[in-house]
Design a protein around this ligand. Structure first.
Ligand code: G6P
Length: 496
């Protein structure tokens, strides 16, 4: 821990950097996987605050340090906590439940106990470094109890929470044995942000059903809670985004362009390169995508000489049973497709089970004629936005699942229902055959939307709402003025 105090603190399960120990025992820091880091790193650089989180390895108990301009405060998790709080409750209870139970959610009381304990530890660590009247921004489903724990310990703080994943309909949410505690935990925040309007609606409905509080979108009136006075909480959508400018700049760099050309050459210069980029997660619909693709080859609507599907599937949560099964399923399917349709010179699916640096991702996006985002449920899907940001040439077709949050904004993508395999196949063919003029028209409009709502816009919108929900005083050290359109700004709630 540290004696320092900060006016702005971000709290997330993972730090933006993972502590990696090499085989020779040497330790280093590497950028963490996942969209959260991509989204928040630029904000932190602006805000000059601290970031509390786990270093990605068991028992890493290190003092605070500065990495790449960001003050990092690591919090240690034991092996048992990783198993129960992280792999168990976070990723085998909440994750499947909040993603519409694509796989069954598992309920274990000892996982819950660990979740409570670890959330308390995050709250304590944050309370210890937050300055008087500081602003704390808690991130994501692993830490839903932290807002209330923090408010009880430090009523002087302004507390925001952002849920990066969907919030399920009450019919599903009500399965959770600890459904009331979680809602109460979240209501400790002044502002609760969601990806989609429907997520915020689901949350407010759960609050009404379980606690009977009055809600009038976007407000929820929370009655006095012990020593805490009555409060008015804001719950609404703030669709997250990416650092569009930085991504486009990367795509424009000569090295990335050269690499994109090289990728196409290495793939044998097929007429069409299709691309999927996902964490290897059952929510992403990778199996549905492979099924549609293999049927198109089978039907003869696509020929392996003309088309290659590059599937990047970055390793994720590998000790959780459902993820192990998924990997086996996907790898079996890829093997079958390649066995059935591949020729000596042409591989149907180029499957890559690694993460890649941003430069390589940008090159892949530039090399891909068709980007396939077929998620069965996804909070936002930043890959879709990265693809659009990279396509400064106004080319490429985005096939986008309506079950990804990004579908609310990216309206000129080819929207699909991944469960409808025939519909998905037709959309893939439409993408493959789309004339240049239509590709340009659609991509232009996607790019306009993604440029308008970049990650700076997202974070400023959230922080401004947070300051307005409190007393309008800007204490984030972030210039909140140049927000552009004020789509997300809510009127300050009348004093109650
Ligand atoms: C999603 C979640 C993040 C998480 C990321 C990677 O994007 O919303 O909170 O960090 O996946 O998953 P992991 O379990 O490796 O942190």
């Amino acid at each position: 821990m540290t004696d320092e105090r900060f006016a702005f603190v971000v709290v997330s399960n993972r730090l933006p950097v993972d502590h990696v120990i090499a085989e020779d025992g040497s330790a280093s820091w590497k950028q963490s996987p996942g969209g959260l880091v991509t989204a928040l790193e630029p904000v932190m650089r602006l805000a000059d605050g601290a970031w509390v989180g786990w270093a990605g390895q068991p028992d890493v108990d290190l003092p605070a340090f500065t990495h790449d301009g960001i003050r990092i405060v690591p919090l240690a998790l034991s092996d048992a906590e990783i198993e129960n709080y992280y792999e168990g409750f976070s990723n085998d209870t909440i994750w499947p439940l909040y993603h519409d139970v694509i796989v069954p959610a598992t309920y274990h009381r000892d996982w819950w106990d660990s979740y409570v304990e670890v959330n308390q530890r995050f709250a304590d660590a944050t309370a210890a470094i937050a300055d008087d009247g500081a602003t704390v921004w808690v991130q994501d489903y692993q830490l839903q109890l932290v807002p209330r724990m923090l408010r009880l310990a430090r009523p002087d703080l302004t507390i925001g929470f952002f849920n990066h994943i969907p919030f399920p309909a009450y019919g599903l949410y009500s399965q959770l044995p600890w459904r009331t505690q979680i809602i109460e935990g979240l209501l400790g925040a002044d502002v609760i942000g969601f990806q989609r309007v429907s997520d915020a609606g689901n949350f407010s409905r759960a609050v009404r059903r379980l606690l009977g509080h009055t809600t009038k979108s976007p407000y929820i009136d929370v009655p006095p809670d012990g020593d805490l006075p009555a409060r008015r909480v804001v719950a609404r959508a703030f669709p997250i985004s990416i650092d569009v400018e930085a991504f486009e700049e990367l795509a424009r760099s000569p090295a990335v362009q050269a690499r994109a050309t090289q990728i196409r050459q290495e793939l044998g210069n097929p007429k069409t390169v299709m691309l999927g980029v996902d964490r290897l997660d059952y929510t992403k619909g990778i199996g549905h995508r492979l099924k549609a693709f293999s049927e198109l080859l089978e039907d003869g609507r696509l020929r392996v000489e003309d088309v290659t599907l590059v599937q990047v599937a970055s390793p994720s949560r590998e000790r959780v049973e459902t993820y192990k099964h998924l990997r086996d399923d996907i790898e079996l399917t890829v093997g079958r497709i390649n066995g059935d349709f591949g020729t000596i010179g042409h591989q149907a699916v180029n499957y890559l089970h690694h993460g890649f640096p941003r430069e390589e991702m940008a090159a892949l996006y530039l090399a891909a004629d068709v980007m396939l985002v077929t998620a069965l449920r996804d909070g936002m899907n930043l890959v879709a936005k990265e693809y659009v940001a990279a396509r400064y040439d106004e080319d490429g077709v985005l096939v986008l699942s309506e079950f990804a949050g990004a579908a609310d904004e990216l309206k000129t993508a080819l929207r699909i229902n991944p469960h409808d395999i025939d519909g998905l196949k037709d959309a893939i063919m439409q993408a493959v055959d789309m004339p240049r003029a239509e590709r340009r028209k659609r991509m232009r409009s996607l790019r306009k939307r993604v440029r308008e709502n970049d990650v700076q816009h997202w974070s400023r919108g959230f922080l401004r709402t947070l300051s307005e929900a409190n007393d309008g005083v800007d204490r984030f050290g972030v210039d909140l003025d140049p927000l552009g359109d004020l789509e997300w700004t809510v009127e300050r709630p009348p004093a109650s």
